[in-house]
Ligand binder design. Structure first.
Ligand code: HEM
Length: 221
């Protein structure tokens, strides 16, 4: 068996990049980055993300005093429920009537299991939604342009930090590499992140959309 020597931030990126490629090129994200996502679908997606974020935020807040990586790295500014509520109010969606689709229900069950059995795994789930802000900021810009929206109203979830995005992500990754964790803890975080990608891919597949045109669109990276 080889000993793992890569910093955790590098492991999280490298060991999940296959899933990132899959997630990014799926139909729903491609409709988003092309600005061809219908407004109702976008609002419905925000509703499903609200159901998830409410659970994940609550699980993190409930456990972080006992889990140093959650306590030190996940600030209140990273909790996404308020951003989603702002956007849902903007698009006229009432949270009271929201019901989880199958992919959402699967992720909620994972959050509850992680909270009860191995809360450090919550950090792996959280890393993915926090990291996704990197691409989401670009996606928000593309949708706003396609829909002719001048300001950021209705896009707070996709672009929560504005010009702080880059420095916040760099600080998050730096701190992540410094914090002391056992190999078991690191493995639980990486496994949690892989599951989060899989859950989000499943959530996106719950939406029926026409295939996208192959030629235009998203950046290669
Ligand atoms: C059209 C859709 C997407 C685009 C254009 C996109 C683009 C990007 C870009 C440009 C980065 C920064 C890469 C770097 O700094 O080297 C990034 C990072 C990331 N994205 Fe995406 N992304 C998309 C969808 C997603 C989705 C759906 C998820 C989650 C399921 C996701 C999760 C992440 C994560 C976790 C990172 C951080 C990687 C790391 O540095 O550790 N992305 N994305």
């Amino acid at each position: 068996m080889t000993t793992e020597t890569r910093p955790l931030g590098q492991r999280l990126k490298e060991d999940n990049w296959d899933l990132h490629v899959q997630a990014e090129h799926d139909t729903l994200p491609q409709h988003m980055v092309r600005g061809t996502i219908p407004k109702e679908t976008y609002a419905e997606l925000l509703g499903q993300m609200w159901l998830v974020s409410r659970k994940l935020d609550a699980a993190i807040v409930a456990t972080r005093d006992g889990v140093p990586v959650l306590k030190e790295l996940v600030t209140d500014r990273q909790l996404q429920t308020p951003y989603l509520e702002e956007d849902l109010a903007h698009w006229g969606v009432e949270t009271a009537g929201l019901e989880p689709l199958p992919g959402t229900a699967g992720l909620i069950a994972d959050i509850e299991r992680s909270r009860d059995e191995n809360p450090i795994r919550l950090f792996g789930l959280h890393y993915v939604r926090e990291g996704a802000n990197n691409g989401n900021k670009y996606v928000a810009m593309k949708i706003r342009k396609a829909w002719g929206v001048e300001d950021g109203a209705g896009f707070r979830y996709l672009d929560p930090y504005g010009s702080d995005q880059r420095p916040m992500w760099e600080a998050f990754k730096t701190r992540l590499n410094e914090i002391e964790l056992s190999e078991d803890e690191k493995s639980a975080i990486v496994a949690g992140a892989r599951s989060m990608f899989e859950h989000i891919i499943a959530m996106h597949k719950d939406f029926e959309l026409p295939p996208v045109e192959a030629a235009e669109g998203a950046p290669a990276h």
